[in-house]
Design a protein around this ligand. Sequence first.
Ligand SMILES: NC(=O)c1ccc[n+]([C@@H]2O[C@H](COP(=O)([O-])OP(=O)(O)OC[C@H]3O[C@@H](n4cnc5c(N)ncnc54)[C@H](OP(=O)(O)O)[C@@H]3O)[C@@H](O)[C@H]2O)c1
Length: 368
Amino acid sequence: MKRVVILGSTGSIGTQALEVCRWRGYRVVGLAAGRNLDRLAAQIQEFNPQIVSAHPELLPELRARFPRVTFTDQAEEVAAHPADVVVSAIPGLAGLAPTRAAARQGVRLALANKESMVAAGPLLWAEVEAAGGEILPVDSEHSALFQSLVGERLEDVHELILTASGGPFREGPEDLSRVTPEMALAHPRWNMGPKVTIDSATLMNKGLEVLEAVQLFRVPLERVRVLIHPQAYVHSLVRFVDGQLKAQLGPTDMRLPIQYALTYPERAPNPLAALPLEARLEFYPPDTTRFPALELAYAAGRMGGLAPTVLNAADEVAVEAFLAGRIPFTRIPEIISRVLEDTPREPVTWESVYRADRWARERAKECI
Ligand SMILES: NC(=O)c1ccc[n+]([C@@H]2O[C@H](COP(=O)([O-])OP(=O)(O)OC[C@H]3O[C@@H](n4cnc5c(N)ncnc54)[C@H](OP(=O)(O)O)[C@@H]3O)[C@@H](O)[C@H]2O)c1
């Protein structure tokens, strides 16, 4: 029976990963969460893990209620617990250290935390390869690309195309400066955590996914493209050098790519409804005038070095400020752009990634 650790277990990806573990009857040996006491306690009750991390404020009550479980406030300790698969779904750079700890165990890393790949892709790959592990993407577009690439040679790939539903403002309003957090949080297709939902509305999520694809599949930036596809049936396309295209279609449900990352190379049945095939499918280029965040991600990719880390950190601060009602929606890309201009020029190391992250957060706060 597969032993699974879930980092970010109380979040959107974490709870869906646990659902997949229920379907498959996998043994959940470790959980890492933040502050959601009720949900975490229910998960411990149901899955009986060996080790659990949570915010220090939660620990006294958890220890009293579950005396047989080992508790810690360090997600890295949970990530390093013996397991077959670690689902990495703590968002932002907070997810990087636990992801690295899992990579060092030589396990299968089911990676949802795209920010780790964006900021520290080559460093993570070095850890994974040194320890003999593997990375399976959880993001639906990257899972779809991975599936299209099974049995193919990377040198035969002409381009990778990520599709985007276009978010809640695809068709309007034309003037995005009056968009409220409530409007931006109401994503038409996916039910996700707040940061990734706002990123979907600005298209920064797609920009981060482009940078993630570059690192994950080790292809040049100019070979990764985005197309808006409102129906969200096709999660990605791969065009090969001979002109043939492979598309991956599937239901709009994250449990599917999560399950694939856990069961690969096997496929497993599940209770999800099949995709209805009678549909009109549209594909068209994104409007980067209304959604400049996507262009900023390409700019960061071209700058290389620490620029993707800076992009991500500035975005996190700007999104938080928007959600708190402190800046309008349209200032999110403006702030990121200003911070990106001053990106420190240093080689990418674990230390410089954290330093650049801290610097970019401070700089973004100044810009706000
Ligand atoms: N949601 C999706 O459909 C989706 C799709 C593709 C990729 N992703 C990526 O997957 C990751 C997770 O996204 P999500 O939507 O699941 O986020 P989410 O719903 O906000 O959940 C975040 C989880 O991480 C925990 N957490 C947050 N900060 C933490 C910290 N400092 N230390 C320990 N635990 C912490 C939270 O704990 P508490 O809630 O207990 O505080 C929660 O369990 C992100 O990187 C996102 O970009 C998400």
